[in-house]
Design a protein around this ligand. Structure first.
Ligand code: PEP
Length: 251
């Protein structure tokens, strides 16, 4: 991965009660220094658990992140949480534009762009998700779709410090299906190339591009070895410490 430090990120989605902090503690116990010398590890629990997860990992190699935010810093937005609030709890990353947010909460690329600016403002690293649907892939539109999402969603001046990309084919999320390694390589190369035109090649070469969609301990080694794949965004398999650790062990 040309000097890029891999990131293995868990997205718990709307799962987890206070008892689930034990899972974070188990991941912590299972990570060896040999591994954390090589990779960054991130867990994104529901917002209700961020503070207690941060407390559980303080001083360790695990970072904690949010799954969404409101673009504005504060105001009359009942039920919403700002980047500043996430940062205040000790979150360091935030997932933005996940396909479930796009599908169920009508998030647009422009909305993702505004949220990414919010994340940057508060010093969070935004993990911007892009990915085609099954129909779009069958119509041969994959590269057009993900490049449009990248072009509109990623703000000007993005850096490796404030931005991570995640390629998550919608049809691969939670389905047990994954693209071929050749298809993943094609998309990641195209995203890297487009990043180069947006932020310059030197910075584009530093920005991590994760693959997400049915990553499991069994397929992680093969998927993480693909050119331009700089880590994983993991849903289902991040809920069980043993499974998540099995993915980290791909490195
Ligand atoms: C996700 O939700 O980002 C995801 C990749 O889910 P899963 O690993 O369960 O496919």
């Amino acid at each position: 991965s040309e000097g890029r430090r891999p990131l293995v990120a868990g997205n718990w989605k709307m799962n987890g009660l206070r008892s689930s902090i034990a899972t974070v503690e188990q991941v912590l116990e299972g990570l060896t220094p040999k591994l954390t010398d090589k990779i960054d590890v991130l867990i994104c629990p529901p917002a209700t658990l961020i503070a207690s997860c941060v407390a559980a990992v303080t001083g360790s190699a695990i970072a904690i992140g949010g799954q969404n935010l409101h673009a504005r810093a504060n105001g009359a937005f009942t039920g919403s949480i700002s980047a500043e609030m996430l940062a205040d709890l000790g979150a360091r990353y935030v997932i933005l534009g996940h396909s479930e947010r796009r599908a169920y909460h009508h998030e647009t690329d422009n909305g993702v762009h505004a949220k990414a600016l919010g994340a940057r403002r508060a010093g969070l690293c935004g993990i911007i998700c892009v990915g085609e649907t099954e129909d779009e892939r069958e119509e041969g539109r994959t590269l057009d779709i993900v490049r449009a999402q990248l072009g509109l969603g990623v703000p000007k001046g993005a850096t490796a410090e404030d931005t991570v990309l995640a390629y998550e084919p919608v049809w691969a999320i939670g389905t047990g299906k994954t693209p071929s390694t050749a298809d993943i390589a094609e998309v990641h190369a195209s995203l890297r190339d487009m990043l180069g035109t947006m932020v310059g090649k030197a910075e584009a070469d530093k920005i991590r591009i994760l693959y997400g969609g049915s990553v499991k301990a069994k397929n992680a080694r093969e998927l993480m070895a693909v050119e331009n794949v700089d880590g994983a965004l993991v849903g289902g398999a991040s809920l069980v410490a043993e499974d998540f650790l099995g993915i980290c062990a791909a490195y």
